[in-house]
Design a protein around this ligand. Structure first.
Ligand code: B12
Length: 202
């Protein structure tokens, strides 16, 4: 919350040394603090610079914890390919990268398309790849509408039935997912892997 990257690094290392599960350290440590920063920012109690510094601190901590998640990767690979990206107009990438790490650790082959990804790139990649799931991350109410646009664009291109679409991000809810015709929703990275498995029936 203080935007202290050095402290985030030290604490992440200490958490690992103490035998704390890296997922737990992220969910109940780093992410919890960052969400509180988001709430304070919304109430005008913290400012953009602090949001940026806290985001950086989160990323520094993740730099220590994420490789540990990937080490837990299941031996059994081949659950299928997942395309993952943050929608156009949105540059939030912390949550998406945690989801990518968890899915990878669970045996999925993840192609991360990055942030601020135009709708047509999602459609093209769906056409060109053998991916079975498309994961769309959107953190803002102004950008989550893109999730619907992308689903519509997939329909327009005649490829909607070839891929399952799962959505997530801070302002995304199960109701929203249903409303826009997504196949699945994930509240957090653990839920995202559960949803992905369910969507593929494994
Ligand atoms: C850090 C942060 C930033 C950083 C981002 C750094 C980065 N590289 O990502 C910076 C400072 C750049 C930033 C910028 C802005 N931000 Co900001 N930001 C946040 C903050 C505090 C935390 C986001 C985060 O990383 N959370 C931690 C991760 C672990 O959680 P998560 O992202 O929700 O992801 C989890 C789940 O949602 C889910 N998930 C995520 N993606 C997906 C995808 C799939 C497929 C699935 C299944 C699941 C899933 O799993 C993840 C892991 O558990 C949020 C507050 C909040 N409550 O989220 C605001 C917030 C999202 N930001 C907000 C705003 C307004 C902005 C700015 C417009 C501010 C400004 N005035 O410039 C800009 C927009 C920039 C842009 N065009 O995108 C608002 C959005 C309000 C709204 N309702 O629309 C929020 C909610 C803050 C607030 N309460 O006002 N931000």
């Amino acid at each position: 919350m203080q935007g202290n990257s050095e402290a985030a690094k030290t604490l992440a290392t200490e958490a690992l040394n103490a035998g704390i599960d890296p997922i737990d350290a992220i969910d109940n440590g780093l992410a919890k603090g960052l969400r509180e920063v988001g709430s304070k920012f919304e109430r005008g109690e913290m400012f953009l610079m602090q949001l940026i510094l806290s985001g950086e601190a989160m990323k520094t901590g993740l730099g220590i914890l994420k490789p540990e998640i990937l080490k837990q990767q299941k031996e059994l690979k081949g659950r299928g390919t997942i395309l993952l990206g943050t929608v156009e107009g949105d540059i939030h990438d912390i949550g998406k990268s945690i989801v990518a790490a968890m899915l990878t650790a669970d045996g999925f082959d993840v192609t991360d398309l990055g942030v601020d990804v135009p709708d047509k790139v999602f459609v093209e990649k769906t056409k060109d790849s053998k991916a079975r799931i498309l994961g769309l991350s959107a953190l803002m109410t102004t950008t989550r509408t893109k999730q619907k646009d992308i689903i519509d664009a997939l329909k327009g291109a005649g490829v909607r039935s070839t891929i399952k679409v799962m959505v997530g991000g801070a302002t995304v809810t199960p109701e929203w997912a249903k409303q826009i015709g997504a196949d699945g929703y994930g509240e957090d990275a653990v839920d995202a892997t559960k949803t992905a498995r369910e969507l593929l029936g494994n």
